[in-house]
Design a protein around this ligand. Structure first.
Ligand SMILES: NC(=O)c1ccc[n+]([C@@H]2O[C@H](COP(=O)([O-])OP(=O)(O)OC[C@H]3O[C@@H](n4cnc5c(N)ncnc54)[C@H](OP(=O)(O)O)[C@@H]3O)[C@@H](O)[C@H]2O)c1
Length: 260
């Protein structure tokens, strides 16, 4: 039975390349590597009930399966009519950044999600590690040169086959984009990077604006503390003062910053 809870309408924007549906400007990240899968699935369901229609996952997070299950359950419960109503991003991990592994890796991701296509497929980072299961932290001895041309051409094939409606990159600097764009017949639709008042990336944002690449923010609240270190963004004294003066929370100030 459909929920009676009210939902919020989030504005959407069209990506500069690819055939993806417009992307809601606020999405739910699922880098929930310490959450049990059932909890991730329930978070996704609750988010859909609240109005979220944009979800970010990655092969590396191990959350593709519970995200897919959450979306499927939302369809069964009538919260959404079909998977078409959500925008789903996933990412190619460093161990998969080999031209011949890109397409099989996307197929594995789709199998995990139980979906026929991704709205957006990103190269997680410009790092190549020897093939195999993800190893974190990365081992120096596993590092290999990154084949920008070969990997990007394989990403383009994913879009041509319709398995990814748009393709892009993540954690790419201007130098990494300089190594990719000369070979690109499809310009990356997105560069997903850390963006918040402590990490403003002005040069990269200008570069991407010139090249027609949409910059997508991750860790807008300063990121999760996986090792117990303090969050320099959420605990910033300056931001606390701004929030107090405006009668807002620091998190609200940070979301305002991203859209200003
Ligand atoms: N492409 C990449 O390499 C990359 C890297 C990092 C993240 N991402 C994506 O971006 C998503 C979000 O990034 P993130 O999880 O690293 O960081 P974030 O969104 O900046 O969140 C950081 C922390 O903020 C806290 N928080 C959340 N809502 C809050 C609120 N209303 N008030 C106060 N604190 C609040 C949470 O801490 P508590 O848990 O303590 O509440 C959360 O762990 C990830 O899930 C992932 O999908 C991508």
């Amino acid at each position: 039975m459909a929920s009676t809870r009210s939902t919020t309408v989030v504005p959407e924007l069209s990506l500069p390349s690819g055939n993806a549906r417009p992307v809601p400007v606020i999405g739910l990240g699922t880098a929930a590597i310490f959450l049990p899968p059932e909890a991730t699935k329930n978070v996704v369901l609750a988010a859909i009930e609240l109005g979220f229609r944009h979800f970010d996952t990655a092969y590396f997070y191990g959350t593709e399966k519970p995200l897919g299950e959450g979306v499927a359950e939302a369809v069964r419960r009538g919260l959404i009519k079909s998977r078409e109503e959500v925008f789903v991003t996933s990412k190619l991990w460093c161990t998969q950044c080999h031209p011949d592994l890109v397409l099989p890796s996307l197929r594995e991701t789709l199998e995990n999600l139980q979906m026929e296509y991704l709205d957006l497929y990103l190269i997680h980072m410009p790092v190549c590690q020897k093939p195999g299961p993800p190893v974190f932290p990365a081992r120096k001895e596993d590092a290999l040169p990154f084949d920008f041309k070969g990997v990007w051409q394989a990403m383009e094939e994913c879009q041509r086959l319709g398995l990814a409606r748009a393709i892009g990159v993540s954690n790419f600097t201007t130098k990494h984009l300089d190594k990719t764009l000369p070979f690109a017949t499809i310009t990356p639709a997105v560069n997903q990077v850390e963006l918040n008042p402590v990490c403003q990336q002005p040069k990269l944002r200008r570069y991407c604006a010139e090249k027609g690449i949409h910059v997508q923010a991750f860790s807008p609240l300063g990121g999760q503390s996986w090792t117990g270190e303090r969050n320099a963004v959420l605990e910033s004294q300056v931001l606390a003062e701004i929030a107090k003066a405006r009668g807002k929370t620091v998190a609200q100030v940070l979301m305002y910053y991203i859209f200003s």
